[in-house]
Structures are given as C-alpha cells and as structure tokens.
Design a protein around this ligand. Structure first.
Ligand code: ATP
Ligand code: MG
Length: 413
C-alpha cells in the first residue's frame, strides 16, 4: 500500500484541545477527525485497527458458540416503555420523532430490541440457550463527552446477550464469556484487571468490569495488596490503607479505563417484556438473561495509551495497521525507489501488510510520521542500497540489522 493513497491527514501542530496522549496521537497522526463534540470519523488508519479489534472479538465469541447478528440503531419508544426505561434512562437517551410524530430513540444499548427479537422464537426450553451478539454504533448523549473516542456520544460497541432456562446455565455462559474476554484482552496485549462493579442503567444482580490499568482512567479501582479482591470505587468506596473486606491485606487504589462490562441480568427484561418459555415440566417461566459489552472504539484508545512512549507509537502486532513500513530515502523515479516498490510487492505477495512511504519527503519527516503509525518493522532503503544492503529495524527490540535484498524479501516478520 502506498502511503500517499491511504489518506492520513496528519496535523502539523499538536492539537491543543487534546489532553491525553492517545487523543493527541489519534488527531495529530490523522487517525480520526472530530465532527462535533463526541462524534468522530474513523479515518483509514484507525478503521484498519478497529476492524482488527472487531475480528479478534468475533473469533473468540464464535469459538464459544455465540452468533453474530445486526439490530437496528433506530428503536421505537414502545419497547422502552415496556421495559420501563423510556423515563428511567433520562437525558443520555437520544430521542427523536419521525414525520408522523412517532417517537424513537437511537440505541444506547439493545436489551429491549434483542428481547423482542427472541421472544417470538424462544417459546420452549427446546429453543434455548441462545447467545447473540452484534458490533454496532451506539448513541449516548453523554453529559461530558471527552478524551476523544474514550467517551463519545456515538461509539462502537460489541454487545452480547445470553438467554438461559435456569440460573446454572446463565452461570456457565457468564464464565465462558468472562474467559473469552480474558483471551481478547490478552490478544490485544493489554494490562488489565477484572473488578466487581455497580450495575448502573443496565441493571441486574451482579456484574464485573474489565479495567485497563492506566493513570488517565476515569474509574478508580480499589484492590487488596494481598488477595484477589478488586472492585470499582463506585461499589466499594474504600480509602487507601483501609482493611480489605475479605480480611486479607489493605486497600490500594489504581486508575482504570472500563473497556468491558459483563452482567447477570436475570429476569430484569424478560419479566416486564414477557419473554417466557415453557419448561420441561410444562410450566411457564421467564427466560434468564445475561448481557456483556465491550467498548470497541474505546479499546482503540486504551491500547494506544499503553502502547506509546512520549507519543511514539508501537501497536501490538495483532492490531497494528501494518506489519512493515518501507522507507526509501530516494525520491520517486530513482533506483532506490523502484527497489522499495519491488520489496513491497514481494512482501505483499507473502501476505504481509506493508506500507510504503512514497512521498517525496526527507527521511526525517518520514521517520517522524512512522513514529505515529507505529509498525513493528521498518525497512530503510538508504545509501547502501546500491551495494544491495538494506536496514531492518525491529521497533520492539530496537535492534537494527543490515541485510541483503534477498534476506529482506525472505525474512520472517
Ligand atoms: P461508563 O461508566 O464509562 O459510562 P457504562 O457503564 O455506561 O460506561 P456500559 O453500558 O456497560 O458502559 O457499556 C459497555 C461498554 O461500552 C463499556 O464498558 C465501555 O467500554 C463502552 N462505552 C460506554 N460508554 C461509552 C462512551 N460514551 N464512549 C465510548 N465507549 C463507551
Ligand atoms: Mg455510561
């Protein structure tokens, strides 16, 4: 891929309104463009990463028997009245009317819609369990949208819902999904902690959050220095130095970014919305539900917060927009540039994702921009190229190797 064709509208100066490094990088590096507060265009670089994050999530969920669907963002008021949330959700719900004055909202979450989808089908225990998810744009009129994609008014979420005939089955799904989330976080190379959480607007009995550990996180985690106890401060407002509630150790604080939230809902939606089934013993019962969210666009920023040093980026291999960055020193039309194109083609044929900086800029400019794009490998085609020697730099180890053209073409990146 030629860099000039990718559309990376970098900014010359550091954006003043961005407070945290990931937000600075996303704006300066031409990853996102703000349209209005809390609403962004994902430009090609960011969108490549978003798609990779989504696919990792898909792989882990499909593996445990979840099925993907896509529900409408536009939801009727009727469903929200049925669940009792039309009034309860308050000002965060984006409400609108159609030309016939019928009321709607733009979905901030999909418990109502999924319940209405499943209730016409799952009338017997024979049709259960089910685990259905989607990856979709959500709308929340946040009081204070900030930190770019971290708290948007329009953002991408993966939301998954399970439907069980009994509590044990819900417990099993919850455990399987929790483990899938652990695999997802590990594949995204995140340092995180699972904490007990308050259930907020979604409701239900118990819930846990996946917190990416980070100083700029909006949430405070309270944890014990000598046991597994960890909770959101919202739920357990314990101060530093207090004894841990499990009797082991004392309390410490850390900051976290909530990237995932898993809930045992029980019958909070199935009862008011009449999602019932006929059990083996012929009795009618409400379906037992769970719901499980991951903030996909927020994850992009959380990963970036943990994978930049002084605004120099190194994306984890699993989500990097490209694996290899080719940087020719010579301008278009020269032998060095032709060699760069030849290497690009060879590596692309080997199915590597490659970006070639084809702009007629100095190497200094190219290297600065490469620091914002954050690929694991750089191939520099410089002065020694005429003698058949190129430079390969591993950005993780900082190791630089001088290799022949053939070695570069055959290297295992
Ligand atoms: P928060 O406490 O941060 O507002 P929440 O508890 O309202 O989050 P959920 O309703 O559980 O969030 O949504 C599931 C996931 O969606 C969250 O874990 C988070 O990663 C993501 N998310 C929620 N609100 C936003 C937002 N405004 N912008 C981006 N991502 C969000
Ligand atoms: Mg919220």
């Amino acid at each position: 891929m030629k860099q000039s064709l990718l559309f990376i509208p970098t900014l010359r100066d550091m954006p003043k309104d961005a407070e945290i490094s990931s937000h600075k990088i996303l704006l300066k590096g031409g990853y996102i463009k703000q349209q209005v507060a809390g609403v962004y265009t994902y430009l090609p670089l960011a969108y490549r990463i978003i798609k990779k994050i989504e696919n990792i999530i898909r792989e882990e969920l499909d593996k445990i028997g979840c099925s993907e669907l896509l529900m409408p963002a536009l939801q009727t008021k009727d469903l929200w009245v049925e669940s009792g949330r039309w009034d309860a959700y308050g000002k965060e719900l984006m409400r609108l009317k159609d030309r016939h004055d019928r009321e709607f909202c733009l979905g901030p979450t999909h418990e109502e819609v999924i319940t209405s989808v499943v209730r016409d089908y799952a009338k017997s225990y024979k049709k259960l369990p089910l685990a259905l998810y989607q990856i979709q744009t959500k709308f929340r009129d946040e009081f204070r949208p900030r930190f770019g994609l971290m708290r948007g008014r329009e953002f991408i979420m993966k939301d998954l819902y399970t439907f069980s005939t009994n509590q044990e089955d819900l417990d099993q799904w919850y455990e399987k999904i929790r483990n899938a989330y652990i695999c997802i976080m590990d594949r995204l190379h995140l340092k995180y902690r699972i904490v007990n959480a308050a259930s907020g607007q979604i409701g239900g009995k118990s819930s846990e959050e996946f917190m990416v550990l980070c100083d700029i996180g909006e949430d405070t985690i309270v944890y014990s220095d000598s046991s597994d106890f960890a909770s959101n401060y919202e739920l357990y407002p314990l101060e530093v130095g207090a004894p841990s509630p499990d009797g082991m150790g004392t309390i410490k604080h850390a900051k976290g970014i909530e990237v995932g939230h898993i809930f045992k809902l029980g019958t909070k939606y199935s009862e008011p919305m009449s999602l019932t089934f006929i059990d083996v013993d012929n009795s009618k019962k409400p379906v037992i539900m769970g719901c499980y969210g991951i903030g996909v666009s927020r994850l992009l920023m959380a990963i970036l917060e943990q994978h930049n040093v002084d605004l120099k980026v190194l994306w984890p291999k699993s989500v990097a927009p490209f694996a290899i960055h080719i940087l020719p020193v010579d301008k278009q039309g020269t032998d060095g540039f032709k060699l760069a194109c030849e290497i690009e083609e060879t590596l692309e044929n080997r199915k590597y994702e490659v970006i070639l900086d084809d702009r007629n800029e100095s190497l200094g400019v190219k290297l600065n921009d490469a620091d914002l794009i954050g690929c694991m490998y750089r191939i520099i085609i410089g002065r020694k190229a005429k003698d058949g020697i190129l430079e390969l730099k591993n950005m993780e180890t900082n190791e630089i190797q001088e290799l022949t053209i053939d070695d570069i073409k055959n290297y295992q990146y």
